[in-house]
Design a protein around this ligand. Structure first.
Ligand SMILES: *Cc1c(COP(=O)(O)O)cnc(C)c1O
Length: 352
């Protein structure tokens, strides 16, 4: 069975919009897209008067090398959020199909499903916040087209073992697409699932430049998947999703110097994670710090409301995750610079 058989028939049959730039690439006098003939004020060589390349070859090349995949296995979009939305729209028929998630987890999967009127099947994480692969596989009905696994998970920080990912990939063959969201993979010990792509055509991996690459403001994310899935999603991707300034920022960040800088920062975050984990565990009023493979810590407090307010009054905003199942006493604290983390510890220490 081809993985495309899981997708919506209308999308497979869709004749996509054909943009001016797609119909005729190259040429010297570009009079086919109703653009301005003049660069805008302050353009600085970006050529923002021209529509951007739908999938800029140089950026695709660099990202494919970074993630160890072939170019045709990669789609660049406006953050991995856009890839989540595209997957749900391409694979789930409104009112009929479903996605499967493991709460507590990232909220966008369910939001995109609800916008598409797809059902959301929930298989809670185990008490230690690991993925229960047996329970996930048992809950997959024919309606479930996408199984999202967040590895490492947001908001708990827990990693997902490669064995669990492979067990899910094997068990879902011919049944559903396995979507592994690796937004925090750069901070984790395990290598990530992209290496499995050639073995499982129904595997998809989400990566982003928003976290470890410090480009949340540029909105660049990727879907890595079978070339047929990438080609299918390109049909519903808007014609010019990637603004020129964002592509330029991503190219800089992915240059050799940019990569070196990013790796240094990742080291700092991982060192801070270890130190903050032990420092927080020593503080009175802290019940637990969940083991994290990401750039944040989920922390349980005796009086979580008071701690949130104390931090807020000191000008420190953290994420209140009390509404998530199993996290009723927790805050999610992003790891900042060593100075910022020291400030968090100082404020938390004062109230003790
Ligand atoms: C931050 C985050 C994303 C979103 O990334 P963008 O590329 O900025 O859209 C995706 N998944 C998870 C789990 C995240 O925490």
């Amino acid at each position: 069975m081809s993985v495309l058989e899981l997708a919506r028939a209308e999308i497979r049959a869709l004749v996509p919009y054909s943009s001016a730039r797609m119909e005729a690439a190259g040429g010297q006098l570009l009079l086919n897209a109703n653009e301005s003939a003049w660069a805008p004020f302050g353009d600085a060589g970006l050529d923002c008067h021209r529509y951007p390349d739908p999938q800029p070859a140089a950026l695709v090349e660099r990202l494919a090398a970074l993630y160890g995949v072939r170019r045709e296995q990669l789609l660049v979009g406006r953050g991995s959020d856009e890839a989540i939305d595209l997957l749900v729209r391409a694979f789930c028929r409104a009112g009929k199909d479903a996605i499967l998630v493991q709460p507590p987890t990232f909220g966008m999967y369910a939001v995109c499903a609800r916008v598409q009127d797809a059902a959301v099947v929930e298989v809670p994480l185990s008490v230690d916040f690991t993925v229960d692969a047996g329970a996930v596989l048992a809950a997959v009905t024919p309606a479930v087209k996408l199984v999202f696994v967040c590895a490492p998970n947001n908001p708990t920080g827990a990693g997902v073992s490669p064995e669990t990912i492979e067990r899910l990939a094997r068990g879902l063959a011919g049944r559903a697409l396995l979507v592994v969201d690796e937004a925090y993979a750069e901070f984790a010990e395990d290598a990530g699932a992209a290496a499995l792509l050639d073995r499982y055509e129904h595997l998809a991996v989400l990566r982003t430049l928003s976290k470890a690459w410090a480009l949340a403001g540029a909105r660049i994310g990727c879907l890595l998947a079978h070339a047929d899935v990438i080609a299918l999603l390109r049909r519903i991707l808007p014609p010019y999703p990637l603004p020129r300034p964002c592509v330029a920022a991503a190219m800089e960040a992915l240059s050799p110097q940019g990569q070196a800088a990013a790796h240094e920062r990742i080291e700092v975050v991982c060192t801070e994670r270890t130190q903050m984990t032990s420092a927080l565990r020593r503080l009175p009023g802290v019940r637990a710090v969940l083991p994290s493979q990401a750039n944040f810590l989920a922390v349980r407090f005796d009086d979580v409301g008071a701690v949130y307010r104390r931090l807020f009054d000191a000008g420190i905003v953290v994420r209140d995750v009390r509404r998530y199942p199993g996290l009723g006493d927790a805050l999610r604290i992003t790891l900042g610079t060593p100075e910022e983390n020291a400030r968090v510890l100082a404020v938390l220490g004062e109230g003790a």
